[in-house]
Design a protein around this ligand. Structure first.
Ligand SMILES: [Zn+2]
Length: 266
């Protein structure tokens, strides 16, 4: 089992320090430039077990991550064990679903993905598998692809809907495998389980859920939550957790129905 990096309670003052100090004992550091702004902002935060949490809209409490920990969270969720080099939008979603809050999350995620070496290497596709739509089967499209060295392949006419879904899934899996295989070509069978795991634990846009949640009715704990304790781990209670898992299973049909409706609308 790989050892996970852990972080001490923040030794240096960071963005959480004035909010934490104000919420804990009503005091603000004397050298603060805009104390009113901090007081106002503090209303959206709360302190649990000496740690700062933001009251979220998508999740009730998000653990606030200090600047020194941001890189670790981004690295672990984007390219660490069981990660799939997802794009910035999915990265933000996955971080929030794991109950973390980074002050400039969207910007940090975009910068991080743009600088990730693995993500830059496979921007031009080798093959495009498309349906038989005229926009893909035209002279213009074919010559555009051939100028970039991309092969065109067309799906069977028999099951257009299933073909479309399979194409999307396969393309995503292929992209993840390529990003994971830097320096380890030919090792894809060994990498496949962690690639599939990453795919299943990341929210897929058409269904608005993770495949894991649709199968088991609950969200999984991802490796970053071992490095920096998340709310789920901090307040884990076996008994209430079991009750919640059962409740989630009772609601699973509803979650699946909603996902199916969302997919139909896409
Ligand atoms: Zn990447």
């Amino acid at each position: 089992m790989e050892e996970f990096q852990t972080f001490p309670v923040h030794a240096r003052a960071g963005w959480t320090t004035p909010i934490l100090s104000y919420l804990k004992d009503g005091r603000l550091p004397p050298d603060l430039e805009e104390p009113k702004k901090i007081q106002k902002r503090a209303a959206r935060f709360t302190v649990l077990n000496d740690e700062l949490y933001k009251r979220g809209f998508s999740q009730p409490y998000l653990r606030c991550v200090e600047e020194e920990e941001v890189k670790y969270v981004l690295e672990e969720v984007h390219g660490g064990v069981c990660s799939d080099h997802m794009g910035a939008k999915s990265l933000v979603k996955k971080i929030m679903r794991a109950d973390y809050f980074l002050p400039s999350m969207q910007q940090d995620a975009t910068n991080f993905v743009n600088r990730c070496d693995s993500c830059q290497k496979f921007r031009i596709l080798r093959t495009i598998i498309s349906d038989n739509g005229r926009q893909f089967d035209s002279h213009g499209f074919r010559s555009f692809c051939s100028s970039l060295g991309i092969k065109n392949k067309y799906s069977s006419l028999e099951h257009p809907q299933a073909n479309g879904q399979t194409e999307v899934t396969n393309r995503t899996l292929l992209k993840i495998i390529k990003a994971q295989l830097v320096g380890a070509k030919g090792a894809w069978p060994e990498e496949l389980p962690s690639v599939l795991w990453a795919y299943r634990t990341t929210t897929r846009t058409p269904i608005g859920e993770t495949p894991f949640n649709l199968t088991y009715g609950t969200e999984v704990v991802i490796p970053v939550e071992l490095g920096i304790t998340s709310l789920k781990r901090e307040f884990f209670d076996e008994e209430s957790n079991d009750d919640q898992l059962k409740l989630n299973l009772d609601c699973l049909d509803e979650v699946r129905d909603l996902a199916s409706q969302r997919m139909t609308k896409c």
